[in-house]
Design a protein. Structure first.
Length: 82
């Protein structure tokens, strides 16, 4: 049981480090193409998820960067109290 908890903690830590160092990843909807699935050679439209940027922000990366920089609301609240 303890081993499972340790493995889970290691996986979460590894994921957080990965998200911190790679805040954006290829768009999952268009798979990095930047166009929507109905696009052909003659007509093309931007992907609705990434708007043609081909990359999307990873879940939790904004919150993680805010926490590290110390600009999240939770950190601000604790600083005000002191
Ligand atoms: Zn996309």
């Amino acid at each position: 049981m303890t081993t499972l908890v340790l493995i889970a903690l290691a996986a979460i830590t590894a994921r957080l480090i990965f998200i911190y160092t790679h805040p954006v990843g290829p768009c999952r909807r268009c798979r990095g193409k930047g166009t929507n699935p109905l696009s052909t050679k003659k007509r093309s439209g931007y992907c609705r998820r990434c708007h043609g940027a081909r990359v999307t922000q990873r879940t939790g990366s904004k919150a993680l960067h805010r926490m590290v920089r110390g600009t999240s609301n939770a950190v601000k609240d604790t600083r005000k109290k002191r």
